[in-house]
Design a protein around this ligand. Structure first.
Ligand code: SF4
Length: 362
């Protein structure tokens, strides 16, 4: 048998011929003894060495190059490759580290041929517990979402369904803005308190002092067993105006004779202030008539005393908030017509009002 080899021992690449005669070999074409050794090895027990790579976990690179320290039988190369590729190294890896000692039971080791440092996110060195920024970032985002989303929902009056649609649905930016506008939470409101009533009385006192109007406070009068609980009488040059107070806050509207209070997301019907004015007027009128003031015109107007109330009505000359009442009274005092003496009428009215003392112990 005759075979020709290209020697791979050195770059010369000599063409070497081997002729087998029985168990003897005749070699020709080599330029040095190493060539002859090589071809005889190839004829009897061919050997190979390999260089490949191994996967790395937690490293700056996913692969690390490796090689065999000695050749192994050529027929076992594929088994060696399979065993090497089944290995996963844990970073850090240093060049020269033994990856597999005596692979396939041979005297050849698999060693790393380059350094692979541990990635920072996986490094346990230099930190007490591996809490790098990348590790805890998801937790930070989760905590922010847990608090931020409910806060934004409260602020814009959104429901969970709105949030879901914003995140996953087809609700666009313009739709979101519109929904937020529509559902914007109403400011929290309250009914009028005693401080609001005191504030109104103080305002009336200042008004009377500045404009020379008459003021009778309180304006409680009684007739025929009925009581008109007016907070005050304001006496202008042309008439007496009884102030009938209501404590309802929120938004007050009138529709087809029914009066509604909308406050803090709920609605309820409230007493008709115009009808209340009429009832109070009837009592006060009777009192004034009996006490020599038949010729003195009398009107009763309603005022909602809550600082934040909003009144929407067509009875603009009969129902006010506190600002509207003050503007109305200033308008009345500015009227040039009128023959009343506010001071004299006030004295007469003062003699008619009832002073109700609080019960002892209350
Ligand atoms: S025979 Fe010697 S010189 Fe020629 S390739 Fe082989 S080792 Fe190199």
């Amino acid at each position: 048998m005759r075979k020709t080899f290209t020697c791979i021992v050195c770059p010369n690449g000599c063409e070497i011929t081997v002729e087998q005669e029985g168990e003897a070999y005749r070699v020709s074409g080599e330029s040095c003894p190493r060539g002859k050794t090589y071809v005889l090895q190839e004829m009897t027990d061919p050997q190979r060495t390999i260089a490949t790579s191994v996967r790395v976990f937690g490293g700056e690179a996913d692969l690390c190059s490796v090689r065999l320290t000695r050749p192994i039988p050529k027929v076992r190369i594929m088994d060696a490759v399979r065993e090497i590729h089944a290995r996963v190294l844990k970073a850090p890896v240093r060049a020269g580290d033994v990856v597999i000692a005596g692979i396939l039971g041979t005297d050849s080791d698999v060693i790393a041929t380059k350094d692979v440092a541990a990635a920072e996110a996986y490094s346990m060195e230099g930190t007490s517990a591996g809490f790098t920024f990348e590790n805890i970032l998801p937790f930070i985002l989760a905590i922010l979402l847990i608090f931020l989303i409910p806060m934004l929902m409260r602020r814009y009056g959104l429901e969970w369904s709105d949030v879901t649609r914003m995140l996953f649905g087809r609700l666009g930016k313009r739709d979101y803005a519109e929904a937020a506008r529509q559902k914007k939470r109403e400011p929290w409101q309250r009914n009028g308190r005693s401080q609001d009533l005191s504030s109104l009385v103080s305002t009336l006192m200042i008004f009377a002092r500045r404009t020379k109007a008459g003021l009778v406070y309180p304006g409680t009068v009684q007739h025929g067993g009925r009581t008109a609980n007016l907070v005050a009488f304001v006496v202008t040059k042309s008439e007496v105006i009884g102030i009938n107070c209501f404590g309802f806050g929120g938004t007050i509207t009138e529709q087809q004779g029914k009066w509604n209070q909308h406050m803090n997301g709920s609605d309820r019907e409230i007493p008709d202030p115009v009808a209340g004015n009429a009832a109070q007027h009837a009592i006060a009128r009777a009192v004034m008539d009996e006490n020599g003031m038949k010729d003195v015109p009398l009107r009763v107007v309603a005022v909602f005393t809550s600082q934040t109330v909003s009144v929407k009505t067509e009875h603009e000359a009969e129902v006010f908030d506190t600002k509207g009442l003050l503007a109305h009274l200033q308008h009345c005092m500015a009227e040039p017509e009128g023959s009343l003496d506010p001071a004299a009428v006030s004295r007469q009215l003062n003699g008619c009002v009832v002073r109700i003392r609080p019960k002892s112990g209350s």
